[in-house]
Design a binder for this molecule. Structure first.
Ligand SMILES: [Zn+2]
Ligand SMILES: [Zn+2]
Length: 136
């Protein structure tokens, strides 16, 4: 099964209703190599869906662990496939602007001072992606 069918199945099993906008948003996030912003989706999905429905679909997908979000350097939210379970690296290419979710690159556990507890850790790396580094 392709990733979209698998995710839709998972949602149906959880008793969730799949609306056209939800399916379109999920399809667009899964099909993109790079993490996508709300504005990217708006542009990609065109006039068929309104801003608010797109935003609500993103929130809903996130709640169900189908996608996760992280902040870009510009402080906008970017969305990527997967539940984002465990701290992992996100990378922005300073040349072409590609934003990658490197969920295979787990971040080490940070030793906090006594009494502190950590429930999220975000690291955004910047530099050149493989394509740009090669071209450079
Ligand atoms: Zn690049
Ligand atoms: Zn990620």
């Amino acid at each position: 099964m392709d990733p979209l069918a698998t995710a839709l199945d998972q949602l149906r099993h959880a008793g969730q209703r799949i609306t056209p906008v939800r399916e379109a948003v999920l399809g667009a996030v899964l099909a993109s190599d790079s993490a996508v912003s709300h504005a990217d989706l708006e542009q990609h999905l065109g006039a068929g869906f309104d801003k608010v429905s797109i935003y609500r679909s993103l929130e809903w997908l996130e709640q169900h662990g189908i996608i996760h979000r992280f902040a870009s350097r510009e402080r906008t939210w970017l969305f990527s496939a997967g539940d984002g379970d465990g701290a992992h690296l996100h990378f922005t290419c300073s040349n072409c602007g590609t934003r990658s979710c490197m969920d295979a690159l787990r971040l080490p556990r940070i030793a906090l001072p006594p009494g502190y507890s950590c429930d999220s850790l975000e690291v955004l790396a910047t530099g050149l992606c493989a394509t740009c580094a090669k071209a450079g």
